[in-house]
Design a protein around this ligand. Structure first.
Ligand SMILES: [Zn+2]
Length: 568
């Protein structure tokens, strides 16, 4: 097994201290400080009685900026980039609804791009001082769920859905995705869905077919098919297979599916005195749950994968606006696909990888997070071995420099900052942060934000290299400048969320720790060999390598990086 020798040998020498090897390669979660800790006025408690717990969650640290640019987002509804203005600007609260998973299987890497996009947007909003009330639904009743439960001979559908709901939550945690305030299950909001059908029925926007199903009357909604897409009815007429011969118009969509013997199951069916036995349509659940949590008011943001624009989101708009008479959502955001082998990753095409399959190690999980969050969310993302390798290398490089900076500034007094420093590093840090803020506010331009992050990495590497070239007595590190760089990295990580420890089970952790522990005597030999190489004492370096080999370990030099120590 290859084990990267993680601590910075050069730093150990610079700081004249013997660093001990960490038992794992991941970093602890650090409560980031704020570069400019100016607080906005205490947010007014918004009138959202349905969310008492959210307020506690949301009023934690809000690293606001004094001069951050205005956030602009591409709005799928207007097809334009627009300044983001919350509906309830006086409360500083943003309402956000996003479409969640159908919990009958593991979510795949393509699915997680959507959840990572929600996460980046939410983190950006929080970075800018907003309080985000985020609701993400869980679809736990659906054709595929019933089919899977039947195939696996599962007695209760809920046994299947709860299992995959837990896997989904575990995967979100592994990816360091900040949780939504609510993850409502469709099956726990059937009453809300039935109520919505009744409201639509009373407005003559819903009708029942002879079998007991309910449909939305699209032709009674003048703007149907024009909000997020330009529906081509002629084309649709040719391709639409039709869910029921009893529909008034081929574009009408199902709100409620009547129970079909031999297909449906009684543990996934509901009825009331005016709605026949059956189950809700997928589109209905999102409108009903958004209405349950946000009321009839316009919500600020609604997101999902680009493939949800039509029919799902267009249908949500028709239902919600038909029922309330208000604009459903001000700003719609949609993320691009993840492609594998130049094809969209999807379960229906059969070319998909679950997060666990694609990312077997914690480092892989962090690499995927970085790959996804540093991409432009509206573009397709190519999931390739090369892209993952590049992301892994980027993470390793950032971990290394961050560890070095933390060690360095800790050893030399975290609070000692020389304000009179004439080095360029504080300017580099300030400029990088400004560029970062401009980038995140420009429709989440994360590739540019990533470039700003790497400008910090390069500056820090340059400073460590500069001092490493001469003896400690002559030149000392610019600790003030390095501290500024480290603070800026931490500030940016409030959005990137890449410096964290992936949770693992106790057994996995023990196995990993055992695999990564390198005996002290080997560490010492490796350090002495590195020092010998730096002193160009090749003979001694070779002799030390032989001693390492005799102890059962091999040392592999990596240009510009710490050596890799492997067990023979
Ligand atoms: Zn939805």
């Amino acid at each position: 097994m290859i084990v990267r020798y993680a601590p910075a040998l050069t730093l150990a020498f610079l700081c004249s201290l013997r660093t001990s090897l960490p038992t794992h390669a991941w970093l602890p979660v650090v409560p980031w400080g704020s570069r400019r800790p100016r607080q906005r006025a205490t947010p007014t408690i918004p009138g959202v009685p349905w969310f008492p717990s959210i307020l506690t969650l949301q009023t934690t640290s809000t690293p606001t900026t004094t001069d951050a640019p205005v956030l602009s987002l591409f709005n799928s509804k207007t097809r334009a980039k627009e300044p983001f203005r919350p509906v309830r600007a006086d409360t500083n609260v943003v309402s956000m609804y996003t479409c969640g998973p159908t919990v009958y299987d593991f979510a795949h890497v393509g699915n997680f791009r959507a959840f990572l996009t929600y996460d980046v947007l939410k983190r950006v909003l929080r970075y800018l001082g907003y309080h985000v009330t985020h609701v993400c639904n869980l679809t736990d009743v659906d054709d595929k769920i019933i089919q899977r439960a039947n195939e696996q001979k599962i007695d209760h559908v809920q046994t299947l859905t709860r299992r995959y709901e837990q896997h989904f939550r575990d995967d979100l945690q592994a990816l360091n995705i900040q949780p939504a305030c609510q993850y409502p299950r469709a099956t726990e909001h059937i009453d809300d869905m039935m109520d919505l059908i009744r409201v639509l029925r009373d407005k003559e926007l819903a009708y029942e077919t002879p079998d007991g199903s309910w449909y939305f009357r699209t032709q009674a909604q003048p703007r149907y098919g024009t909000q997020l897409v330009q529906l081509n009815y002629q084309e649709m007429a040719q391709t639409e297979r039709g869910e029921s011969d009893d529909k008034e118009h081929f574009a009408d969509f199902c709100l409620w599916k009547a129970f079909k013997t031999g297909v449906d199951r009684m543990d996934a069916a509901w009825e009331s005195n005016d709605i026949a036995l059956g189950r809700p349509g997928w589109h209905l659940e999102c409108s009903a749950m958004a209405r349950h949590f946000f009321g009839d008011d316009t919500i600020d943001l609604h997101g999902g994968g680009i493939d949800l624009k039509f029919p799902h989101h267009e249908n949500e708009i028709a239902q919600s606006e038909g029922a309330t008479g208000n604009v459903f959502c001000n700003c719609w955001f949609h993320n691009g696909f993840v492609n594998m082998d130049n094809e969209k990753m999807s379960k229906s095409l059969g070319n998909f990888l679950t997060l666990r399959g694609a990312c077997p190690t914690p480092d892989d999980v962090r690499a995927y997070r970085y790959l996804a969050v540093s991409s432009q969310y509206r573009q397709a993302l190519a999931f390739t071995p090369q892209a993952m390798t590049a992301a892994r290398n980027a993470i390793a490089r950032m971990d290394k420099i961050k560890n070095q900076l933390e060690e360095c500034t800790r050893v030399n007094g975290a609070s000692v900052v020389d304000e009179t420093t004439d080095s360029e590093l504080p300017t580099v840090a300030r400029t990088a942060l400004e560029n970062f803020e401009v980038a995140i506010c420009d429709d989440l331009s994360m590739p540019r934000a990533s470039a700003a992050l790497f400008s910090l990495v390069k500056a820090a590497e340059g400073e460590l290299k500069r001092v490493n070239k001469v003896s400690d007595d002559e030149v000392s590190l610019d600790y003030t400048g390095l501290r500024r760089i480290l603070d800026a990295m931490k500030q940016m990580d409030q959005v990137f969320g890449i410096f964290y420890r992936v949770p693992v089970s106790e057994e996995e952790e023990t196995a990993q720790e055992e695999a990564l522990v390198i005996p002290d005597d080997v560490v010492e030999l490796v350090e002495r060999r590195t020092a010998a190489k730096e002193a160009k004492d090749w003979e001694l370096a070779d002799a030390l390598r032989s001693q390492v080999t005799e102890l059962g370990y091999a040392v592999k030099d990596v240009k510009g990086e710490d050596p890799i120590v492997t067990q023979l």
